[in-house]
Design a protein around this ligand. Structure first.
Ligand code: NAP
Length: 335
């Protein structure tokens, strides 16, 4: 079996640390791991497979001999350094939005559109936005069976979606301390903020724009209407979503239930009488997408409503990226 030299760029961050855990848990064949971050973190260590690995500052030489560069260090870092990693012969799997909508860059959720990764895999592969990943996992089987006309989605996104700063701000506010770091424009404890990332001219936020554009690219249908409102809530981990879907064909709710139950990576929790439905506290630390509150939407033809919860740091980021690396490896090794 081949084993690979991997650079994890952003290794000291929430996603980077989770990537190291996921590589270890899934026994990705690794011959060497280089944790990379800023100069500030150089010399600190991160745990991997029972060892403490020294973090190195980003620079051209860190990509020497690297096969796979997993990036989770923001868009501008990816724009500057992904081409350098590629020049050194690595395949880049990037968690930022830097390359997602580039035509020659596949945007992959392995359970949904593995076929979008061509046999001669490109040198940059993008990992979608966390809210989009869990939504398309839930929608893909419905698209295959019935077609999708329109999606109205409200998200309830955890503070870890904003990185270390987001968790720090919530923690400090809950302790009644004044947070010196501000990830959000208002206090997050006690609030639901209808504002994630920057506002665009039409009033949409860039987070909402990502859900629109990326969903269409992944589901390969530019005609799907997507109407998101993205909201940050004071929950540490996991994003929750209320999904209102207008299908193109009539459906039986039991058929939808079976289609979702059959999906790898999906767990249905749907017994309202015993108050059983997906919760952030259930999904934290898990790789699956949890779905519940399945019901018909009588206000529209072929309308379906569901509640979808997943761990943004795992399936929404690190796990999906490692699954892409596994897919790349299969293609490369021709297994
Ligand atoms: N959090 C999520 O749920 C989530 C989900 C999907 C995608 N993403 C994406 O993943 C990326 C990281 O998110 P995160 O939540 O892990 O953020 P984070 O906790 O703030 O961590 C950011 C990481 O990037 C490193 N970094 C920043 N600038 C760098 C530079 N110029 N060169 C090298 N390393 C640099 C930081 O290093 P230092 O520690 O040295 O500063 C740190 O390791 C972002 O692009 C984000 O959009 C996040």
């Amino acid at each position: 079996m081949n084993s690979y030299r991997i650079a994890v760029v952003g290794a000291t961050g929430l996603v980077g640390r989770t990537m190291l855990n996921v590589l270890e848990e899934r026994r990705f064949p690794v011959s060497r791991i280089i944790p990379v971050a800023t100069e500030r973190s150089a010399g600190t260590t991160v745990p991997f497979a029972g060892e403490e690995l020294p973090v190195v500052a980003i620079g051209e030489d860190v990509f020497d001999g690297i096969d796979i560069a997993l990036f989770s260090a923001g868009g501008s870092t990816a724009k500057t350094w992904a081409p350098v990693a590629v020049k050194h012969g690595a395949v880049v799997i990037d968690n930022s939005s830097a390359f997602r909508m580039q035509e020659d860059v596949p945007l992959i959720v392995p359970e949904v559109n593995a076929a979008h990764l061509p046999d001669a895999a490109p040198r940059i592969i993008a990992n979608p936005n966390c809210s989009t990943i869990q939504m398309v996992v839930a929608l893909a089987p419905l698209q295959r069976r019935y077609g999708i006309r329109r999606i109205v989605v409200s998200t309830y996104q955890s503070v870890s979606g904003a990185g270390k700063k987001g968790l720090d701000q919530l923690e400090m506010e809950l302790e009644g301390r004044n947070s010196p770091v501000r990830a959000f424009p208002h206090p997050i404890a006690g609030n639901a903020l209808p504002h994630i990332a920057a506002f665009e001219d039409d009033g949409c936020t860039t987070e909402e724009r990502k859900m629109i554009d990326e969903t269409r690219k992944i589901l390969d249908d530019a005609t799907i209407g997507v109407s998101p409102t993205c909201v940050r809530i004071p929950v540490p981990f996991c994003h929750s979503e209320a999904l209102h879907v207008e299908l193109r064909a009539p459906f039986a709710i039991d058929d939808v239930r079976s289609a979702l139950e059959e999906l790898p990576g999906v767990i249905l929790i749907d017994d309202p009488e015993s108050t059983a439905y997906p919760l952030a506290t259930i999904a934290t630390g898990r790789d699956e997408v949890f779905i519940g509150r399945l019901r018909r939407d009588p206000s529209v033809e072929n309308g379906l409503i569901m509640w979808v919860v997943s761990d943004n740091l795992r399936k929404g980021a690190a796990t999906n990226a490692v699954q892409i690396a596994e897919l790349w490896r299969l293609l490369r090794e021709g297994a």
